[in-house]
Design a protein around this ligand. Structure first.
Ligand code: THU
Length: 131
């Protein structure tokens, strides 16, 4: 699927974000190893630490569908410049897609592509647990 289509899906799901506390809506679309696409939005909670990011919602859905790897993550916000995934989401992207490309976009059309390796150098993973 093209980035344009992924962005459209991420933008659509962003509208369904539940963000009454921050008023900061985030949409994400993730491409699984099978080629299938999974979307997610942020889901907040009155108990603030329980808020879940859009990227993690999308990745959780991918994993629940049977995926074990992801190749691309598209995130859209209304920030300018476009906001990058938070540190926690970088770690979760790394778990399933150390080679993944990450596209960050703004609702105003700004867009740039990077890699999770650039966003999370020397990420912690299963290899790190070896002793
Ligand atoms: N948020 C995301 O969905 N993804 C990120 O990578 C950064 C932050 C959400 C969490 C919270 O609902 C809101 O944005 C403000 O932090």
């Amino acid at each position: 699927m093209s980035d344009e289509e992924l962005l459209r899906l991420a933008s659509e799901v962003r509208e369904r974000a539940y963000a009454p506390y921050s008023r900061f809506k985030v949409g994400a679309a993730v491409v699984g190893a099978s080629g299938a696409v999974y979307v997610g939005c942020n889901v907040e909670n009155a108990s603030y630490p329980l808020c879940v990011c859009a990227e993690r919602t999308a990745i959780g859905t991918a994993i629940a569908a049977g995926e074990r790897a992801i190749s691309r993550v598209v995130v859209i916000t209304d920030s300018s410049p476009p906001a990058s995934p938070c540190g926690g989401c970088r770690q979760v992207i790394w778990e399933f897609g150390p080679e993944a490309e990450v596209v960050v976009a703004g609702v105003n059309g700004e867009q740039h592509t990077t890699t999770i390796r650039a966003l999370l150098p020397q990420g912690f993973d299963g290899v790190s647990l070896r002793r």
